[in-house]
Design a protein around this ligand. Structure first.
Ligand code: ADP
Ligand code: MG
Length: 275
């Protein structure tokens, strides 16, 4: 049966804004509610893979799968299919990343098939949206071909950001890339499901003001989740490579609720898509 799964990506070209943290915990929030979730690490730094604490099997990871999907690159194909390197953990599966992915752009530079659609074709060829309810992609802190591939493969986007001046400019250049993908006209364009202001400092009023002005300047009616304050609970859980849902302490209630509401927002957005 076709599950009609959705590809949801956490993107922002700035590092340290919470992409990996949000992808990891949102995947757990969705899985807790009975969804089959695939986490796809598309950052060569492989932070999401590290959080899952899984060894990359035989040194093969997503980069090798993507190269295998390109017929012209037969000379560098690896003897693996995706199920060989999939890590299964209950209702969450992981396709890990690794440093070779940083060479993605150079490796595919000379191919004649569309370089922007390599990830989309990999997902389609393996019918991954028939198997999973949600494919959660953790993006790299760049705006190059890897991100264009993620955009072309995604149905929905979540944008964590820090509410300071630099991030405001950062969000603008992200939207320019999204416009370019629209202009290319080679794939459907993903929808921005929501923005997630992250790492706010309760003591710094300027950040609250910045956040208000970002919201005011937004053209479209974009949804906001959170905001997430700088939370010791997140640092603690990530340090133990656990999701916030692995803790039953009362101090985790609020942050669990925040990730559950992102999961809720994704499901509502999905329902609107179907209607
Ligand atoms: N709300 C938060 N409170 C405390 N620490 C956070 C929060 N969000 C992210 N972090 C920490 O900030 C760092 C960067 O987050 P990360 O998710 O790796 O960002 P990105 O993937 O965008 O580079 C990590 O060490 C993470 O533990
Ligand atoms: Mg990251």
């Amino acid at each position: 049966m076709n599950k009609g799964g959705k590809v949801i990506s956490f993107l922002n070209q700035k590092g340290g804004v919470g992409k990996t943290t949000m992808a990891f915990n949102t995947a757990h929030a969705l899985a807790r509610e009975g969804n089959q979730v695939l986490c796809l690490d598309m950052d060569p730094q492989a932070n999401l893979s590290l959080l899952f604490n899984r060894e990359v099997k035989d040194g093969y990871h997503i980069h090798h799968l993507l190269m295998n999907s390109i017929r012209e690159l037969k000379s560098i194909h690896s003897p693996v299919i995706y199920t060989d390197i999939l890590n299964s953990m209950g209702s969450i599966d992981l396709l890990a990343s690794g440093s070779e992915l940083s060479g993605f752009e150079l490796t595919v530079a000379g191919i004649s098939s569309p370089r922007q659609l390599i990830l989309k074709k990999f997902i389609d060829n393996n019918a991954l949206t028939n198997i999973y309810d949600y494919i959660i992609i953790d993006g790299p802190p760049t705006l190059g071909l890897l991100v264009v591939n993620i955009l072309c493969a995604s149905d929905g986007l979540l944008i964590p950001f820090k509410a300071d001046d630099f991030s405001k400019k950062g969000l603008l250049s992200f939207y320019e890339i999204l416009e370019q993908v629209k202009d290319m006209g080679i794939s459907k364009v993903p929808e921005v499901i929501g923005h997630i202001p992250n790492l706010l400092d309760r003591k710094r009023k300027q950040e609250e003001r910045d956040l208000k002005s970002i919201k005011l300047n937004q053209k479209e009616n974009v949804k906001y989740f959170g905001p997430f304050y700088n939370k010791a609970q997140l640092v603690k859980s990530l340090g133990q490579r656990k999701s916030v849902f692995d803790f039953s302490l009362r101090e985790f209630d609020e942050i669990q609720g925040q990730f559950s509401s992102i999961a809720q927002g994704i499901k509502e957005w999905n329902r609107e898509q179907i209607q």
